[in-house]
Design a protein around this ligand. Structure first.
Ligand code: F6P
Length: 372
């Protein structure tokens, strides 16, 4: 009988999930292994709902957005209870998963997911299921890998939006505020803000004050720039304040962030008298197909994941590190702690050096004269 592996996609979707599935199936087929894909993430393992994934059907998947397997960020596997906090997997769910895993004749699982889904993977691994992980999230906030797939595609979408907002902001002399995803990590906003030429970037890691934001707008007015682009992370907040929730908290679910763009807009308008407009990019950042970088990452991650199984490196996750584009680290070292932007991040220094404001500093009296 052929070796058989299972693959599943968990948590929020993002561009590139199908490209990883394709790479997993193609690599497994070369080893003469069979692959099944569980429907709806871990729930499919529990309900024994799966598809046989055939090599010949994989070609259209490289650039297709979403996931052909479906996914879920709620259900019977919920173990994450907050940032860096998790509870034990329900013992009945663990036992049933293990039973199904064996009954289906599986050699191992490939679990594609972010912090929440890989935390579940770690619990299943500790409960006796041999598996490997592939790091997915547009938020790029997983420890141990400099890049998660999906991030570059989300940044591309956000950058494109900022480009478009520039022309309309300039025509109307407005302040345009674009609210971007990322939860508690500002990676999407920092990268999209820098690549799109935002004038003010507000990140969860750098609490802002309105005086500083309005000073930057005023400074631009003085040099004849009557419009300003503000890129704000959904998790950004005022100094001494806290994140803005779009909906009340639900038990055992991640907080639903949203609304900071509107708050920032109202306050800028009140303090500066400038006309402001808000654009909340939302799930557009998660839709559509992957960029070239994400396609390469997904393909390499998918192939490496199967090779990790071949080599018996269970409990490991593929990782992008400066020395190894397709490295591998233990899943337990990646989950439970978010990778946030550190104050000494060189990108922050470069952005500040060219005059981008992070809303945390007031202008100094000795600013260069062309900015006064
Ligand atoms: O973690 C990915 C992410 O897109 C976050 O950036 C965002 O806060 C959240 O998921 C939105 O989740 P949902 O799809 O449940 O609204």
């Amino acid at each position: 009988m052929k070796n058989r592996i299972g693959v599943l996609t968990g948590g929020g979707d993002c561009p590139g999930l199908n490209a990883v599935i394709r790479a997993v199936v193609k690599t497994a087929t070369k080893l003469d292994w069979e692959t099944i894909g569980f429907i709806g993430g871990y729930e499919g393992l529990l309900d024994k709902e799966y598809l046989h994934l055939d090599y010949k059907e994989m070609d259209p998947l490289l650039n297709r957005g979403g996931t052909i397997l479906g996914t879920s960020n709620k259900g019977r596997f919920a173990v994450k209870t907050g940032v860096g906090q998790s509870q034990q997997l329900d013992p009945n769910v663990m036992a049933a998963s293990l039973k199904n895993f064996h009954e289906l004749g599986l050699k191992a699982l490939v679990c594609i997911g972010g912090d929440g889904s890989l935390t579940i993977a770690q619990h299943l691994y500790e409960g006796g299921i041999p598996l490997v992980g592939v790091p997915k999230t547009i938020d790029n906030d997983l420890e141990g890998t400099l890049l998660t797939f999906g991030f570059d595609s989300a940044v591309g979408c956000a950058m494109d939006a900022i480009d478009r907002l520039h022309t309309t902001a300039e025509s109307h002399n407005r302040v345009m505020i674009v609210e971007l995803m990322g939860r508690y990590a500002g990676w999407i906003t920092l990268w999209a803000g820098v690549s799109g030429g935002a004038d003010i970037i507000l990140l969860p890691e750098i609490p802002f004050n309105y005086e500083s934001i309005c000073a930057q707008i005023k400074k631009r007015e003085k040099i004849g720039k009557h419009f300003t682009i503000v890129a704000v992370s959904e998790g950004a907040h005022e100094q001494g304040g806290s994140v803005t929730l779009a909906a009340p908290m639900e038990a055992n679910r991640e907080a639903k962030l949203g609304g900071i763009g509107e708050k920032v807009s109202m306050e800028i308008s009140r303090r500066s008298g400038k006309e402001c407009r808000v654009c909340v990019l939302g799930h557009l950042q998660r839709g559509g197909g992957p960029t070239s970088l994400d396609r390469v990452l997904c393909t390499a991650f998918g192939a490496r994941a199967v090779n990790l199984i071949r080599d018996g490196k269970f409990g490991y996750m593929t990782a992008f590190t400066p020395t190894n584009v397709v490295g591998a680290i233990k899943i337990k070292d990646a989950v439970g702690k978010l990778r946030l932007i550190q104050p000494d991040n060189p990108m922050l220094a470069c952005a500040r050096a060219m005059g981008i404001s992070f809303g945390d500093e007031l202008p100094k009296n000795n600013e260069p004269s062309n900015l006064q």
